[in-house]
Ligand binder design. Structure first.
Ligand SMILES: Cc1ncc(COP(=O)(O)O)c(C=O)c1O
Length: 422
């Protein structure tokens, strides 16, 4: 590995602005490049077999049904292309979707968003004062870091058990010592990037703690409907929806380009959420709200989600089998019950940023190095390795089982050549 340059130079992570630029807000001066975005750009070259992005399978998008409902909406509803209030019939469908997940709510609690990411941004603005503490897992979805960054929070981290999820007792310890975080962020089902789902006991305990200490939980649940082994656990919002702010999304069950999601929140807070969203994008597209509503009216969603789950289960199983076959026996990985990701921990002190460069150059295969998901990004600035430096995230939803087998075989070759294993 000696003479290998990292795929991305660590010392370029802070965004630099030239002299003569207007003075920026403090947080914008501190802003770092998104390592994830940069890597996705690097690996999106033609000919690369990529397990990098969190992309759904494009061949499974319900294109024909969506074309029919959009044509119908345009032909029949003059409000579809106008500014307008959130579309109540869509909220009614969401109440039913939430009931399927075991969450009882009413339509006045449903707040429509332009995707779960916007929900994170809005909740960060609702809850954080500048410098507030927030609790995140050490390995975390990068979008929450971006959402809280403008408020320059104090990031408190807890570890994650790869079988039972977040270390809830570490959260309890913070709270018992008197720390009052502005929010606790949880991705309880099919965690991005780890693939793990939070155990039932931990769900109960976390909600009980948050309610007792009056700390809001932001439950980010874009993968909750994508379960492959029996029924999913109820989300945290099923236990309480006064201290749990639930974020759902149509991105993974219909298509990300719709940019449509929802929040379930206490009704009293909806007017404040509305003002924050107005500053952000005024409102979510009236056209998309009506088209998705018509798609749901036509009853297409259950069969579509069943198809997704059937195919993604095949892809997950193909990846697990290929890892077993081609990766060194000392490596370990998660066995997700749903979602889109497997997290792999490689043995030894390997830096997977450097491994990615080799994998792309020699085998034309890509993944995302674990470092991209570290809640504490300081090591990136100082050139140290973060504690996930030997880990990688693999996406299994975006490739056929055949390509998964081929790609993991190639990746296994690089890993083996680096370790002298197998
Ligand atoms: C954990 C998590 N939260 C939020 C999002 C963003 O979802 P949306 O497309 O609904 O904004 C993603 C997307 O990959 C995600 O993995």
């Amino acid at each position: 590995m000696k003479n290998q340059q990292p795929l991305l130079h660590r010392d370029t992570f802070r965004l630099e602005f030239g002299a003569g630029e207007p003075p920026l807000a403090h947080w914008a001066q501190q802003m770092k490049r998104s390592m994830l975005r940069e890597m996705l750009a690097v690996v999106a070259r033609p000919g690369i077999l990529s397990f990098a992005g969190g992309l759904p399978a494009p061949e499974l998008f319900p294109t024909n049904e969506y074309a029919q409902v959009t044509a119908h909406v345009l032909a029949t509803d003059p409000a579809a292309l106008q500014y307008g209030p959130p579309y109540v019939p869509l909220k009614r469908h969401i109440v039913h979707l939430m009931a399927e997940r075991g969450v009882s709510c009413h339509e006045e609690q449903v707040f429509l968003t332009s995707g779960a990411q916007q929900g994170l941004d809005i909740l960060a603005r609702l809850f954080l004062d500048p410098g507030s503490p927030v609790i995140l897992e050490e390995r975390v979805y990068t979008g929450i870091q971006q959402a809280v960054a403008p408020l320059e929070p104090q990031i408190l981290t807890v570890t994650t058990d790869l079988e039972t999820g977040m270390d809830v007792e570490a959260v309890a310890a913070y709270l018992e010592q008197g720390t009052r975080p502005a929010l606790i962020y949880v991705n309880a089902d099919c965690h991005n990037p780890l693939g793990v789902s939070l155990s039932l006991e931990k769900r109960r305990r976390l909600v009980e703690l948050a309610c007792r200490y009056g700390v809001p939980i932001v439950e980010d649940d874009p993968y909750g409907f994508l379960h492959y082994d029996g029924r999913a656990q109820p989300p945290l919002a099923a236990f309480d929806n006064r201290c749990v702010f639930y974020l759902g999304s149509f991105s993974k069950i219909l298509a990300p380009a719709l940019r449509l999601g929802w929040m379930v929140a206490p009704e009293a807070l909806i007017p404040k959420l509305t003002v924050i969203k107005e500053a952000n994008d005024l409102e979510s597209s009236a056209f998309t709200q009506r088209a998705v509503c018509a798609y749901l009216d036509a009853g297409h969603l259950p069969a579509h989600v069943d198809d997704l789950c059937r195919e993604y289960r095949r892809r997950r199983d193909a990846m697990l089998a290929a890892l077993e076959r081609y990766f060194p026996a000392e490596a370990r990985w998660t066995r997700p019950a749903g979602g889109m990701f497997i997290w792999v921990e490689l043995p030894g002190r390997l830096d997977t940023v450097a491994l990615l460069k080799l994998a792309v150059e020699r085998e034309k295969v890509a993944f995302i190095p674990g470092t991209a998901f570290c809640a504490d990004q300081r090591p990136l600035l100082t050139g140290e390795l973060c504690r996930a430096a030997h880990c990688l995230r693999l996406n299994f939803s975006n490739c056929t089982p055949e390509r998964i087998e081929d790609g993991v075989r190639r990746l296994g070759r690089i890993v083996a050549s680096e370790f002298g294993h197998r």
